[in-house]
Write a protein that binds this ligand. Structure first.
Ligand code: 9WN
Length: 426
């Protein structure tokens, strides 16, 4: 692969999806701004233009709710019917504490403080000149405080997701059990997503009915997290590992600003310690917990590998060995599948039920670097760049063949492979 042509192609995707103040994940399928996408995109954009990367994050922070939450989606009101559920479903302007922008009421994994730190580090002088960290820090503290005080629904010290969309891994096999307990009250809905991706690559209509039922219920309770009867409450390992990682980044940001890093370090350690309650001895990976049923959801998914990011974590060696085992390792390919290759319900093309995604690949590459194995990170990075280019920057790919699935010219695929290209150069 020619490195120069890779970088040119990746930048072209980022330019195409840039909307002046933020990027869309992909032009057709996802016409709005998504929360964790913007963070991943900013991590790549910092190599194209640190200024654009800062604007990307700040446009999301501008949509923060008064309780501190950063919304899953900031809507482009002009594209209401192009994606479901859109701004007229959420009608956030009627919900107390919502911002001026139209947004969803749910959240996504808190990777923003980490992204903020990486964007700052790409251009410290420009960041300092514009007061980037000084503005972002209180907003990020408010975001984490929302998660800590409003979202620990299980009392375990971990964040609880109230919707599969909040985990960013919507139809992960983790959620099959908890979702089977949710009624399908909303049955009349459009699927604009199916104009841009094949039906076997996306969640089913039955899953969509449950997703919309949960979202409508949360909206109708003004997105109030005190709702004691909420029908879906889960703790996800990746979401919590990213929260811990972002607390570690908040410590770096606080120190840079002359503030107190220690409280953030202490919070990060407390989250990492709480994560241990999601460890499955039987499977040798972290798993999710159904907070309502009070049980662990024993499946091997890529989410359960993300705690490898904490190189001092107790389970780093076990996680490396499960990653190298035939549960996650494909001959002739090092892309990381989203689900156990050996599971009877593994799918090579359906969304979060098997295909390899580039954001989780990037997270595993970071974990390799943390663990001191730069060679493993480099070979994963090289494979991801090759597959990204060959698949026209697909949203997700078949883990064995690299065949493209979902939409193409997907922003975080371009951003994160570009980041690996720059950061892991020999
Ligand atoms: C719902 C935007 C988002 C990603 C998620 C991915 C997918 C949305 C959807 O697209 O979810 O949020 O419509 O399926 O699962 O991780 O943030 O790219």
């Amino acid at each position: 692969m020619n490195e120069a042509s890779f970088a040119t192609a990746a930048r072209a995707v980022l330019d195409e999806n840039w909307r002046g103040t933020h990027s869309v994940p992909a032009g057709g399928l996802y016409p709005h701004q998504w929360s964790w996408d913007s963070a991943f995109i900013a991590i790549g954009l910092r190599h194209v233009s640190p200024e654009r990367a800062r604007i990307e994050l700040e446009s999301l922070f501008a949509a923060q709710w008064s309780d501190g939450r950063l919304p899953q989606i900031v809507f482009d009101r002009a594209r209401d019917t192009d994606y479901s559920p859109g701004p007229s479903f959420w009608r956030s302007e009627l919900i107390p504490g919502s911002p001026d922008a139209s947004t969803a009421g749910l959240v996504q994994p808190p990777i923003h403080a980490w992204a903020t730190w990486l964007v700052h580090a790409a251009d410290p002088a420009g960041s300092r000149r514009g007061g980037f960290l000084a503005r972002a820090y209180p907003q990020l503290v408010a975001w984490h405080s929302y998660l800590e005080t409003r979202r620990d629904r299980g009392g375990s010290g971990l964040i609880t997701a109230v919707h599969p969309w909040e985990t960013g891994m919507d139809n992960s096999p983790f959620w099959d059990g908890p979702l089977s307990q949710v009624s399908r009250d909303v049955s009349d809905f459009e699927r604009p997503d199916l104009h841009h991706a094949a039906v076997h690559e996306r969640p089913s209509d039955s899953e969509y009915s449950a997703y919309l039922t949960l979202a409508a219920r949360y909206r109708d309770h003004d997105c109030d997290d005190a709702d004691g009867q909420f029908p879906f409450l889960v703790e996800d390992p990746a979401m919590n590992a990213l929260w811990a990682e972002s607390e570690r980044s908040l410590a770096l940001i606080a120190a840079e600003l002359g503030g107190d890093p220690f409280r953030h370090q202490a919070r990060a350690s407390a989250i990492s310690a709480a994560l241990e309650s999601l460890w499955s001895d039987r499977l040798g990976v972290f798993v999710a917990r159904d907070v309502i049923a009070g049980e662990l959801l024993e499946r091997r998914t890529v989410s359960g590998l993300v705690p490898m990011l904490d190189a001092d974590g107790l389970n780093a060696d076990e996680l490396r060995s499960v990653l190298a085992s035939d549960h996650f390792s494909v001959r002739r390919s090092v892309m990381v599948p989203s689900y156990d290759l050996q599971a009877s319900d593994f799918s090579a093309s359906n969304y979060w039920r098997g295909p390899s995604w580039f954001n989780t690949g990037w997270l595993i590459a970071q974990a390799f670097v943390r663990g001191g194995d730069v060679a493993a990170a480099r070979s994963l990075g090289a494979e991801m760049r090759r597959v990204a280019l060959e698949s026209d920057f697909a949203e997700y790919v078949d883990p064995s063949s690299g065949a493209a699935h979902g939409t193409r010219r997907f922003s975080w695929t371009a951003a994160l492979t570009l980041d690996l290209d720059v950061e892991l150069a020999d």
